[in-house]
Design a protein around this ligand. Sequence first.
Ligand code: COI
Length: 329
Amino acid sequence: MKLIAFGMRKDEVGFAEEWAQANQIDVEITGDLLTTDTINQAKGFDGIIALQTIPYDDALFSEMQKMSIKVLSVRNVGVDNIDLVAAKKHNIMVTNVPAYSPNAIAEFSVTQLMQLLRKTPEFNLKLKANDYRWAPNISRELRSLTVGVIGTGRIGRVAMDIYKGFGAKVIAYDLHPKPELKEAGLYADSLDDLFEQADVITLHAPATKENEHMLNRDTFAKMKQNVLIVNTARGTLINTEDLIDALKSGQVGGAALDTYEFENPIFNHDLSHVDIEDPLFNELLGMTNVILTPHIAFYTETAVKNMVEIAFNSAQQFLTTGAVETEVK
Ligand code: COI
C-alpha cells in the first residue's frame, strides 16, 4: 500500500513519519494542496491524505478514479468543501476525523468570548496609546449571562460544560437534539427562543445548504441588543454584510470570528506584503469590538497529532479491510 499526504505543514510531518515507520507503509509527503494541477503527484498511490478548505470537486475525483485511487482521507472534521456525490460517482471512499480534539475548539471559543467580554481588544488599543483608564470599558460576568450554544455535537457539548463551569446559564439548539441534553432541559424551545434569551451566541454547527446565513439581518433583529457572537464553526453560517451592519448599529455588541465567509484566499497565507482586497474583511479588521483569528481554534498539538494519525489509520483500514468507521456518509 502506498499513501500520499497533501497540504502537509511542518508541524504535521513528524507525526506522519512516525506513523509510516510504525506501520511500515510507504508515505509520500508534499506541502502542495490537492488540486487538478497537483493531483498528478498521486499517480501510483492507493490513497490520498489531505487537509484544505478549498474544494474537492468532481474534476478532482474524476482524476483520482483514473489513477485508481481508492480513498481520500481528510485530516479534519468538516466536509462542506467535499463534493460527496462526485466522490461516490467516481468510487472514491471519503473519510474524515470526526473527533480529533473537541476540547481544542471549545476551549478556543470560550477564550475568545472571554476576550470580547473583558474588552481585551479595546484595552490593548488604549495601552498602545498610553491610555490606562478603565472607563468606559466595563465588563459583564459570565455567571450573569445566558449562553446560547447552536450545535450540540462533540464540540458544542464541551463548550456547554465549560460555560456551566463558569456559572453561566446555558441553553442550546440542535436540529437533532441529544436525548440526555433534552432530559436535562438544556434545549431552548426553538432557535427563535434561543435568539431571544441569549446574551452570547456561540456557533458549533457544521455548514450545510440549509443553515447557510442562519445568522442574518432578520435573525440578528430577534436577538438581545448587545448580543455577542462567537464563530469557530464555519464562516458561511453568518451573513457577513448583515453582521457588519448589526455591529455598527449596536444590535450586536461584539464578534469573535475564527472562521470567515470568504476566508480561503486569506487565512493560513502570508499576506504581509500584499493589500487584502476584501472590503468586508477589511471593515471587520478595523472594528474594535471584533476579534478575528485565522481558523486556528483546532490548532493544538493534541489535535494535529490526532488529525494526522486518525486520517492515516482510516486510509490504511479501508485499503486493508474495505470498510472504515470514519467513512463520511
Ligand atoms: C475542521 O477540522 O473542519 C476545521 O475546521 C479545521 C481546519 C484545519 C480546516
